[in-house]
Design a protein around this ligand. Structure first.
Ligand SMILES: [Zn+2]
Length: 340
């Protein structure tokens, strides 16, 4: 099969890789219907995370089940399935509490690499959720978004405890931040303020439910949010970048006792004194997307939400390098990779 491999900074290639086979009786093999490039793929692509030798890439996926292992009971060949970026058994105590990305048996899908024609998905019964029927082509981008960026933005809003009537600050105008806006709107937020200087992203934020766009970051953003909230700060913030600056922007935007849901992969050390005196509730981490998949599949199937709009570039898997480059240069919000 063909699959993407990262050889070093900004050196991604589509290569021949071995066809995946069933290794454990709990595995499934899927044929990808579509896959995509994640903002977090840019960390190794840019060399900010070390790459040791050629590494398979991609952890977002939707596809058709080709084959299942002998111990798989609920997933069947022919189903259209969605899974998250960690395989999980969905039965251990941590999974049952809703934190499938910390499953005691979790396995990272990124190590398997789903920017490829086929993929082996471990713990298929726990990891994969089948749609009621094989969807029409127009719904595939939205289901693919559910595999990571929608589920992650959703968790950002859940972790930030967005409620009906909340004022929410969103830090980050990438796919996750934009879908955090969508989630906050779904949960009934009254005012959703996003930090963005990029016209196309501002436009999509407004389509997803943002009420205010602030073209500033850091202290200037915080000051404007305070002006909107009688000097108190927002009720909640969704942090979707992962830097020290973005975390401090989110923490500074909420009122004492407010909630920050942080879902950007954190590459930052934070000042303990500022955290202590902020009275902020912090909750985040790798989103337990699996928790939300059944609900998200329903909302996409019945047309309530259209998260597939975050894909503003579509290229064939053969052109995976163009897809990375466009995201690296911020010409694309998110690249969808099609398969033949
Ligand atoms: Zn588990």
């Amino acid at each position: 099969m063909k699959g993407a491999m990262l050889h070093g900074p900004r050196d991604i290639r589509l290569e021949d890789r071995p066809d995946p086979v069933i290794v454990e009786p709990t595995d499934a093999i899927i044929r990808l219907s579509a896959t995509c490039v994640c903002g977090s793929d840019l960390w190794p692509y840019r060399g900010i995370e070390n790459v040791t030798g050629p590494a398979p890439m991609g952890h977002e996926y939707v596809g058709i089940v080709e084959e299942v292992g002998s111990a798989v009971t609920s997933i069947r060949p022919g189903q259209f399935v969605i899974g998250s970026f960690f395989a999980s058994d969905n039965t251990c105590e941590i999974c049952r509490a809703g934190y499938q990305t910390s499953c005691v048996h979790r396995q990272p899908i990124g190590a398997i690499g789903t920017q490829a024609e086929y993929a082996r998905i471990p713990l298929a019964d726990g990891t994969l959720v089948a749609t009621p029927e094989v969807p029409s082509a127009d719904l595939i981008p939205s289901f693919l978004a559910a595999s990571d960026v929608l589920g992650t933005g959703w968790f950002g809003a859940v972790a930030a405890e967005v409620k009906s009537g909340s004022t929410v600050a969103v830090v980050g105008d990438g796919a996750v931040g934009l879908l955090g806006v969508l989630a906050a709107a779904h949960f009934g937020a009254e005012r959703i303020v996003i930090s963005s200087r990029h016209p196309a992203r501002q436009q999509l934020a407004r389509e997803f439910g943002a009420t205010d766009v602030i073209e500033a970051r850091g202290d200037e953003f915080i000051a404007q949010v305070r002006d909107m909230t009688r000097g108190l700060g927002a009720d909640c913030a969704i942090e979707a970048v992962g830097t020290r600056e973005s975390m401090l922007q989110a923490i500074g935007s909420v009122r004492p006792g407010g909630h920050v849901g942080y879902v950007g992969v954190t590459h930052a050390e934070l000042p303990g004194d500022r955290l202590f005196f902020s009275h902020t509730h912090l909750h985040g981490g790798p989103a337990p997307v699996r928790r939300f998949l059944p609900e998200l599949i329903d909302l996409i199937s019945n047309g309530t939400i259209d998260p597939g709009k975050v894909f503003d570039l579509t290229v064939p898997l053969d052109h995976v390098a163009d897809g990375y480059r466009a995201m690296d240069e911020r010409r694309a919000i998110k690249t969808l990779l099609t398969l033949n």
